[in-house]
Write a protein that binds this ligand. Structure first.
Ligand code: FAD
Length: 408
């Protein structure tokens, strides 16, 4: 294989490039990304970077010299606009085109927008990129009232940083609890309490019907039950949609993500896809509402898929089988999740003197573990899930039961 082109210079695309070189790929490697910056980590954008505890250089996955040293041709600020599968070429926003022997799609996701009047007013913002984070860092200077729409991970992380600065923060959520799609009612309840103690106010079961403005700027958020919440800044965090249009327009199979097989190949053997933009089969999704295929938005998934694909492309194929895991830092609390839970999986609480874990069970088997300030439980859970081992609910709830021993 002479040339591999990677579309998307985020966490997954960067990892594939770095792992290909590490594994000895000696051909041409081109990493095309539409953002201006060198590949960077997104998680700190809603945590340390937003809080001013790290700078843009601290976000970089590697410094500039790495790319030259590893002969990774990073084309920053360049968008791939179309795929020509017949000619094995991609078209670029600068008018050029690139041929490939193998193409990797690592295009990630983009934020869902709020479909209500006023959503385009100045002062209505989102958080996905470094540019968004820079704009938000500037926007929270000298204001008082913030409304966050959506009590998902990013909305809550943002709310925690702003509350810690003494700003007035209200989070509006359509569901009845925080992080409802991702965690158990027990974990939701605990995080609601953490945020309320820090001064965040919540409005649950509330739909946003309009953003009201004054002189072109946001002034308030109107809810379906007629409330009008004054706001100097509105941050919308209501989930993402996969960037799958390039694949779709080229006739590849898509369904809430680019469809790939267990080896991360698309329906065209010359094209693979990795990271937030793909839907893939995994044993960890068995019994979930969507069947055994999922799309996962996490650093772990982007990194492990980048590594797995690089191994296949240099001749060491293995099915992707990594345990899904995730973390979210909200104020001083660290939430870590191993595995994938369905909304109605049973919950078993394991308390400790500091922190707790919620063990989730599906059909009597361990499906996921949510740990709050319990890194040891999280690490044990990852090992248990990887080995396909389970435990009884009684063992899970017994703080004296040696999880570590079971996991090793
Ligand atoms: P991305 O990192 O999004 O990269 C995709 C890149 O492709 C983007 O730069 C995009 O602009 C580019 N692109 C798209 N289309 C094209 C095109 N046609 N041509 C060229 N370039 C293109 N995960 C965790 O596990 N823990 C966390 O605490 C956490 N916190 C997060 C906080 C924030 C604010 C955000 C936004 C995400 C967070 N995540 C977290 C999620 C994590 O960052 C993502 O799962 C990860 O970045 C996915 O990597 P990716 O490469 O698939 O996509």
């Amino acid at each position: 294989m002479d040339r591999i082109v990677i579309v998307g210079a985020g966490q997954a695309g960067f990892q594939a490039a770095a792992s290909l070189r590490e594994a000895g790929f000696s051909g041409s490697l081109i990493l095309v990304g539409d953002e201006a910056a060198l590949p960077y980590q997104r998680p700190p954008l809603s945590k340390a970077y937003l809080a001013g505890k790290t700078d843009a250089r601290g976000l970089l996955l590697r410094q500039e010299s790495f790319f030259a040293e590893h002969r990774i041709d990073h084309r920053a600020g360049t968008r791939v606009t179309a795929l020509d599968r017949g000619a094995r070429q991609v078209r670029l926003s600068d008018g050029g085109s690139l041929g490939y022997d193998h193409l990797i799609l690592a295009t990630g996701t983009r934020n869902r927008t709020l479909p209500v009047p006023g959503a385009d007013l100045a002062g209505v913002r989102q958080l996905r990129s470094l540019d968004d984070a820079d704009a938000l860092r500037a926007a929270i200077e000298g204001i008082r009232r913030i409304v966050v729409v959506g009590a998902g991970f990013i909305g809550l992380e943002f709310a925690a940083v702003c509350a810690a600065r003494g700003l007035s923060v209200t989070v509006i959520e359509a569901a009845e609890r925080v992080m409802a799609r991702a965690v158990s009612p027990e974990t939701s309840q605990a995080f609601r309490a953490f945020h309320e103690e820090a001064g965040v106010a919540f409005l649950f079961g509330a739909g946003v019907t309009a953003i009201e403005g004054e002189g072109g700027r946001v002034a308030a958020v109107r809810t379906a039950d007629g409330q009008s919440l004054p706001a100097d800044l509105v941050v919308v965090g209501i989930g993402v949609v996969p960037n799958q249009e390039l694949a779709e327009d080229a006739g590849l199979a898509v369904r809430d993500g680019i469809e790939v097989d267990a080896f991360l190949a698309t329906s065209d053997p010359a094209i693979s896809a990795i990271g937030d933009c793909v839907r893939f089969p995994t044993r960890f999704a068995a019994g979930l509402p969507g069947g055994d295929r999922v799309r996962i938005e996490s650093v772990q998934n982007a990194v492990d898929q980048g590594r797995c694909l690089a191994a296949r492309l240099i001749g060491r194929p293995a099915a992707y089988d990594a345990v899904p895991w995730f973390w979210s830092d909200q104020g001083p609390r660290k939430l870590q999740i191993a595995g994938l839970a369905a909304p109605d999986d049973a919950s078993v609480l394991r308390r400790a003197s500091a922190g707790f874990s919620v063990f989730r069970f599906r059909d009597g088997r361990l499906s996921a573990v949510e740990s709050v300030d319990r890194a040891a439980d999280h690490m044990a859970a990852r090992r248990l899930l990887a080995a396909g081992r389970t435990l009884t609910p009684e063992q899970a709830s017994d703080p004296g039961f040696d999880l570590k021993a079971l996991a090793t």
